[in-house]
Design a protein around this ligand. Structure first.
Ligand code: SAH
Length: 231
């Protein structure tokens, strides 16, 4: 399956409530065809994606595509968000790490199905906006931290699940080290331009990996990621 993760540009007015709701229902129907986990479906229903996209793109918030959120970054495609959350296999008690806060949308969905979410972001402006959005929506079990020199949040681990929403060239050892025994790491791995969405399950020192198919994410930068080209 090829899951394009990048969306285009465009600006427009805020849609009236009924067309907004219809668009949201369409998005949820599509997700129900690919995702079975009840908790995930509840979360996708509960979190309003239009609150996480720039005002000029609100009318496209429920399209199944990625959308630009500034700084060359994107909010992930909603189906991918649902699939990654399902792959994290959460049932309410877990501590979860997200790498790549972006708009905060994936963090909000994770916060709906886990006990606690720690999310790290390297771009200060995005982190501040995501933090404000989560607060405005009353989501208090997700903490937005700034990314440090070491990938992830080593001081806050170990985590029952780690969801990486930027592409890495390989599975980063640093993140495997922040995974609790029995935990799951969900991460796009491959080239800068296209990747495979992997789920790595840790049992003791053994790692089992499976693929959810092809995908396209913006690159993870810094340790464990790609070189920062300065753009
Ligand atoms: N999960 C986001 C989409 C994230 S796009 C959402 O739901 O909207 C990927 C994000 O990863 C970008 O915001 C980028 O700045 C961030 N990123 C890239 N490398 C990173 C790193 N090493 N640590 C933390 N964040 C990183």
């Amino acid at each position: 399956m090829r899951l394009g993760l990048r969306g285009g540009n465009g600006a427009g007015p805020t849609p009236p409530q009924d067309s907004r709701d219809r668009a949201e229902q369409r998005m949820l129907r599509l997700i129900r065809r690919h995702v079975r986990d009840r908790h995930v479906l509840d979360a996708m229903r509960a979190v309003p994606r239009d609150e996480f996209v720039p005002a000029g793109l609100r009318h496209r918030a429920f399209e199944d595509g990625a959308l630009p959120i500034g700084g060359g970054q994107t909010i992930s495609q909603p189906l991918i968000v649902a699939m990654m959350t399902e792959a994290a296999a959460l049932d309410g008690g877990e501590r979860v790490l997200e790498v790549g806060t972006g708009s905060g949308y994936q963090a909000a969905v994770l916060a709906h199905v886990a006990r606690e979410v720690v999310t790290v972001e390297r771009v200060g402006a995005l982190r501040r906006r995501a933090r404000a959005t989560l607060r405005r929506l009353g989501i208090h079990n997700a903490r937005c931290l700034s990314a440090g020199a070491v990938l992830g949040a080593p001081a806050d681990g170990p985590f029952d699940a780690i969801v990486v929403t930027a592409a890495a060239p390989d599975v980063p050892e640093t993140l495997v080290g922040q995974l609790a025994d029995g935990g799951r790491l969900v991460i796009p791995v491959g080239r800068r331009t296209e990747q495979e969405l992997l789920v790595i399950a840790r049992r003791g020192e053994r790692l089992r990996r499976r693929s959810l198919g092809g995908c396209r994410f913006v690159p993870l930068l810094g340790e464990g990621g790609f070189a920062d080209k300065g753009g």
